[in-house]
Ligand binder design. Structure first.
Ligand code: HEM
Length: 150
């Protein structure tokens, strides 16, 4: 279960369901990098880019590596501001735990019955909208697993 949690988190890092957020500035403010923001300004937060930045995630930032989220056999929760896939701060996603439960149920239901292999040469091309899609569907081969019902 630890590896599945890490794999789902890592998938959402590289392909965040909410790839871009729009925020509005309530009062004049200064970002940590010195950028000045005027009240009423709109700020696009490009999560899709942020979760792939080398300065935040290291040289292997573009690699799918669930292991980066596991230490001593335990799942490592990332700082919400480093991993804002579910937003960060007081307006964090209320459905985070629920969505992990859903994703695990779906993954387990499929993996229990089938071995899944992505079709050779098929590449995932993201389609950026307010939520993230794939430009074309994910082409996979499913091989039934032998289930022992005894
Ligand atoms: C992988 C699944 C999900 C992801 C990546 C996700 C991500 C996010 C993000 C980024 C926000 C902030 C949006 C913004 O303010 O611009 C958000 C807000 C929210 N999400 Fe999710 N979400 C997921 C699933 C769910 C589910 C399943 C539910 C409900 C059962 C849910 C309920 C909410 C609610 C109520 C908010 C608004 C929170 C607030 O503004 O105080 N989310 N989510």
């Amino acid at each position: 279960m630890v590896y599945l949690q890490a794999a789902l988190s890592e998938s959402l890092r590289l392909y965040p369901s909410v790839p871009v957020e729009l925020k509005q500035v309530l009062k004049d403010d200064v970002l940590p990098d010195g950028t000045r923001l005027k009240k009423g300004a709109q700020v696009f937060n490009f999560l899709f880019s942020m979760v792939r930045m080398e300065s935040i995630w290291g040289k292997d930032c573009l690699e799918f590596k669930p292991e980066r989220r596991i230490k001593d056999g335990k799942f490592l929760s990332a700082n919400q501001f480093k991993y804002p896939v579910f937003n960060a701060g007081p307006r964090r996603c209320l459905g985070k735990n629920f969505s992990y439960t859903q994703m695990k149920i779906v993954a387990i239901s499929v993996l229990l019955r089938y071995s899944v292999k992505v079709v050779e040469g098929h590449s995932v091309v993201p389609k950026l909208t307010t939520t993230l899609y794939m430009k074309i569907c994910l082409m996979v081969t499913l091989r039934p697993r032998l289930v022992n019902n005894a």
